[in-house]
Write a protein that binds this ligand. Sequence first.
Ligand SMILES: [Zn+2]
Length: 249
Amino acid sequence: MNLKENILNKLHDVEYIDFHIHLENNSPFELQNNILYLANSIDRESYNATLALSEMNRNVIVIPGIHPARCQVENWPINLLEQIFSRSVLIGEMGLDFHWIKDRGTDSQQRKVLRDQLKLATKYKSIPSLHTKGAEEEILQLLKDYDIPKSVIHWYSGPVELIPGFLNQGAFFTIGPDIMSGSEIWKHIPAERMFAETDNPTGVPWVKGRDARPDDIVEIYRDLACKMDVTEQDLIDQFKKNLRNLLGN
Ligand SMILES: [Zn+2]
């Protein structure tokens, strides 16, 4: 079974999808049966650790990628990365960060590592999950330049004026934990292009000032459903439908 079929099959067994989480340091015993965890990696080491976890827990899908914060130190040989990307319908976390990463000396390496990954995304028709902090306009241009027809913009917090351009370029968006602290970005994103994520183990603690929990995504669904004036079940059904559409089914 390929990864796409694997993800689609698992949708029958779960309710919630945590569309962006980092699990390389988490115990499989904490994870919940009713949540599908799309577990992004940030480098080769985190990919291998998450892969090991995914082999022990059916609800964990490992997603390979090199995060902008790791681009200076990561030396994942491109041929090995290509082998993995060639069989991964979803890839990332990848992107650019000109906000949290303060050293502007890393910018050219960030761009090179992202371009290398986008080239492979084009070649294998993989769907990238993108970190865009402080580089939203440049990422949108890159999606056009590399002719990427589908992408996932992770926890977007950039200018709302750019959102229609991303939507025109086929992007989906994940709503992050800052919905729980009043972010209104969800108002600008159509329900059929939306997912939700925790970005744990650091996302919810950053917003809420408490430890991450394995079912944090449920709280985010509830908050979002309430604000969108739909039922939690509506959102569960919508996000599963969105994932099928994203994957082309
Ligand atoms: Zn992340």
